[in-house]
Ligand binder design. Structure first.
Ligand SMILES: O=P(O)(O)OC[C@@H](O)[C@@H](O)c1c[nH]c2ccccc12
Length: 275
């Protein structure tokens, strides 16, 4: 049993409970009445113009490190992310291992004008409707946790609702599956969710397998501006950062610094390509 299997068992139990309290029909009705989703593909694709997008995450704890930060006011944290120039705000909603909640998502949604990612382990279409009902614009689809059929049908539902999905990969085979499913945004998570080990080199190994026209996101393991520059130089349009931001005194300034590091790496990459 991997860590991922274990997390998903908990996710399914919690999901069964929410479904009993609120049937899919009710969640659907709320989702369809919600304000139209924001276009995260566009916000992230701004990378084409030579800048790197930062997806800034509200993350209370993690299975590998336990409690990361005491986030008393997730809305205020998200507002500081927006002020620093984040393109998208990610909110962990998984409760058991990450300490997140749909209440955190609601608070952040109300506080920012940016696209919001509901970060969870999506194993059922219910969670996609639920994300939309809570005002999310983006969901996470982890290839390692899904069959090809589920990946395709979840992606189709997400797009039908006008939302985007970050399709998360960790191996060459998963990248191939994501590309075959016609994912528009592909994330490479350098953390192996089965073992929780980080290997930053995985990003450069896999990024070049992703077809052009796709937004490429480097996920996890960003400690500082140098890590951001490395990901950008290897082809990231965006980076997804949690721990380094929630632990920092001034998340807003940190995002600004990361964006500048990304821009410099982008322009030298452009220069290398031209010469
Ligand atoms: O805190 P970090 O190392 O900056 O990582 C953020 C994000 O990539 C990580 O939270 C994450 C990536 N994929 C996930 C899937 C589920 C839960 C969490 C994640």
């Amino acid at each position: 049993m991997t860590v991922l299997d274990d997390i998903i068992d908990g996710v399914r139990e919690d999901l069964a409970e929410r479904r009993r309290a609120l049937p899919l029909e009710d969640v659907r009705a709320t989702a369809l009445a919600a304000p139209a989703p924001l276009d995260a593909f566009r916000s992230l694709g701004a990378g084409e113009g030579g800048s790197l997008a930062v997806i800034a995450e509200v993350k209370r704890s993690s299975p590998s490190k336990g409690a990361l930060a005491d986030i008393a006011d997730p809305a205020a944290l998200a507002a500081s992310y927006e002020q620093g120039g984040a393109a998208v705000i990610s909110v962990l909603t998984e409760e058991r291992r990450f300490g997140g909640s749909l209440a955190d998502l609601d608070a952040v949604r109300a506080a920012v004008g940016l696209p919001v990612l509901r970060k969870d382990f999506t194993v059922d279409e219910y969670q996609i409707w639920e994300a939309r009902a809570h005002g999310a614009d983006v969901v996470l689809l982890i290839v390692a946790a899904l069959s090809d059929d589920d990946l395709r049908s979840f992606l189709a539902l997400t797009h039908q609702l006008g939302m985007n999905a970050i399709v998360e990969t960790h191996t060459a085979d998963e990248v191939r599956r994501a590309v075959a499913a016609e994912a528009r945004i592909i994330g490479v998570n350098v953390r192996n969710l089965k073992t929780l080990d980080i290997d930053r080199g995985v990003f450069a190994e896999l990024a070049h397998l992703i077809t052009s026209g796709t937004v490429v996101v480097a996920e996890s393991g960003v400690r500082d501006a140098a890590d951001v520059a490395d990901y950008a130089a290897s082809g990231a349009h965006a980076v997804l950062v949690g721990e380094a931001l929630v632990r920092h005194q001034d998340p807003s300034a940190t995002i600004d610094e990361f964006r500048r590091a990304g821009r410099t790496a982008w322009s030298s990459r452009g220069a290398a390509a031209r010469s």
